[in-house]
Structures are given as structure tokens and as C-alpha cells.
Design a binder for this molecule. Sequence first.
Ligand code: ZN
Ligand code: ZN
Length: 140
Amino acid sequence: MAERLDVLRRYVTTHGLRMTRQREVIAEVLLSTPGHLGIDELYAAVKARDGAIGYATLYRTVKLLQEAGLAESHDFGTGGSRFEASHDDHHDHLVCTRCRKIVEFHDEAVERLQEEIAARFGYRLTDHRMELYGLCGGCA
Ligand SMILES: [Zn+2]
Ligand SMILES: [Zn+2]
């Protein structure tokens, strides 16, 4: 956590901004909460730590975290963006369209196939996102 806060601190200062206590609280909450949080869930969690933090500050800081490579946003079509701390390991998502449960997975065969498809069209793959939609075991 300290290391990632340093990354944010560096990013913020090299962009002529100040690292405030509020930004630090937001970063701590987002980077330490597992799963994929909607902005309202994130707001509630942040508010529980510091009631003075406003929506605008939250929004700006989440954007900074993404720009600094510490967080990612996904739009799973479940109503607004969901945010998660960047993992060291790449993963893809399986989304239940009914209860919105999200499962993370990593499959070497799938990764390899994507490289092959990109190469087939003359692309060198640098990144990808895969989201599979369906009904989970509880909803099917
Ligand atoms: Zn479900
Ligand atoms: Zn994820």
C-alpha cells in the first residue's frame, strides 16, 4: 500500500497537484477494497472514513488513480462504471446480467488464442479486455 501511495504521490506532484489527505483516504479505500465497486459504493466507503470528502473530489481522485495506472474502470453494463485496483496479474471478467456477480478468471489458452488472432491480422497485442456475460449458477 505504501508503495502504491508513493506512485500516486509522484504522479500528483509531477502533474502540479498536491497530495492531500482526502486523496490519500480515497486511494487507500479503493486500493484496499477487493472486487469491483460502483461509484456510489466507493463514495459510501470513503464517506465512512472521512465525511468531508465530496463527490467531485472522489471523481477527480479516481481519475488520477487510473491515470497513474493504479486503478481500472470497467463498464459491465450494470449501471455506471465499476472500479478496481490494478492487479499485477492480468485477468478477465465473467458477469452475471441478473445479479451482477462478477468473477475474475485467467486462462492461458484464451490468452494465447487472442495473441494468435491479433497476429493473424498483423497486430502486436499490447492489451485486451474480455468480458463474458451470462447467468451465474444462482440465477440460471
Ligand atoms: Zn446471478
Ligand atoms: Zn476485476
